[in-house]
Design a protein around this ligand. Structure first.
Ligand code: DON
Length: 309
């Protein structure tokens, strides 16, 4: 679908770009270092099927942590709420996304929530399939359905780069294996998780998926319920309470839109019953969120009174 470039969005993006010089492109996954600090692009996909954009929305980005919302939706659809929340909690955290500390100090031993790395690994563990290939294929098919087209795949380069350097995520897995939260081979789980994080798409796809969440799991373009309403509600609640990691409280105050970020600089947002938002801006703030993306969302939310609060 052609996306119309919008002067108004262009203006907001130009304004938001002023802060990108204060951010840094992620480098702990070596392949992500190639991102350009000054890029910022945005797509907004409306429920009537129209789309507005600013910047180079055709650039592909890897989902990284944005994939955690999608794997959560699939795991909830695969094994139900009780099974998922047997492995992972509901509570936000003030710790960074890759922190290990609560796995030891938290009384229940469960990762605090599905949006931190430990919780996301425990959720990915629940995706059904006979082997890694089938589980990945099921996740990718689900994401293709959400985005409404079939050309989505993952970047082998980014997946390998993360797999080779994921020492902390390996530690989280071993900790959880010790405590019986996961029971599969750690290398298999990391293989699946790093490929999940390396699934690639552009801002338009992100906005389109955001729209499905905005419409409570319903794709208004193809008139199809893709995610059960209750699963979409759960996912959006985590987007509000944990979607921006340990910056979620500040984001709720400054922006107030259910959203999820990833270290590649992507943000997916869902404005209830109205539109989905896809953003790509690789310069990150100190908490790992797109600095230009957050600035843009703050301006957009204030201008159109989009906060849910
Ligand atoms: O597990 C990791 O470290 C990455 N694949 C994803 C982390 C991420 O995107 C955190 N985001 N802000």
């Amino acid at each position: 679908m052609p996306c119309r470039s919008s002067e108004e969005l262009d203006g907001l993006v130009r304004e938001a770009k002023k802060v990108t010089k204060h951010g840094k492109v992620a480098n702990y996954i070596p392949a992500l270092q190639k991102g350009n600090r000054d890029d910022l692009s945005v797509a907004i996909y409306h429920a009537d099927g129209t789309c507005l954009s600013a910047g180079d929305i055709e650039q592909k980005i890897t989902l990284q942590s944005i994939s955690k919302v999608l794997s959560l939706a699939l795991a909830l659809m695969d094994c139900g709420e009780e099974c998922v929340f047997n492995k992972v909690g509901y509570e936000p955290t003030g710790d960074p996304f890759n922190s290990i500390i609560k796995l030891e100090t938290n009384h229940s031993r469960k990762p605090l929530n599905p949006m931190i790395n430990a919780g996301a690994l425990a959720v990915t563990h629940l995706i059904k399939g006979v082997n890694v290939e089938e589980r990945l294929e099921r996740l990718i098919s689900f994401i293709r359905d959400l985005a409404g087209h079939n050309v989505i795949t993952y970047s082998l380069e980014v997946a390998q780069s993360e797999f080779e350097t994921a020492f902390l995520n390996r530690s989280l897995c071993y900790y959880m294996k010790q405590d019986g939260i996961i029971d599969e081979d750690v290398e298999d789980l990391l293989d699946l998780y790093t490929k999940q994080c390396a699934i690639e798409m552009d801002c338009l796809d992100l906005a389109r998926i955001g729209l499905v969440f905005a419409m409570n799991g319903f794709d208004p373009v193809r008139e199809k319920q893709i995610i059960p309403v209750e699963v979409a509600r759960l996912c959006k609640t985590f987007m509000v309470t944990c979607g921006m990691y340990n910056a979620s409280g500040e984001f709720a105050i400054r922006v107030g839109i259910p959203a999820k970020s990833g270290v590649s600089g992507g943000i997916m947002g869902a404005v209830r019953n109205r539109f989905g938002i896809g953003i790509f801006g690789p310069a990150l703030d100190e908490k790992g969120n797109s600095i230009g993306g957050i600035e843009f969302l703050e301006m957009l939310s204030k201008r159109y009174e989009l906060s849910i609060f």
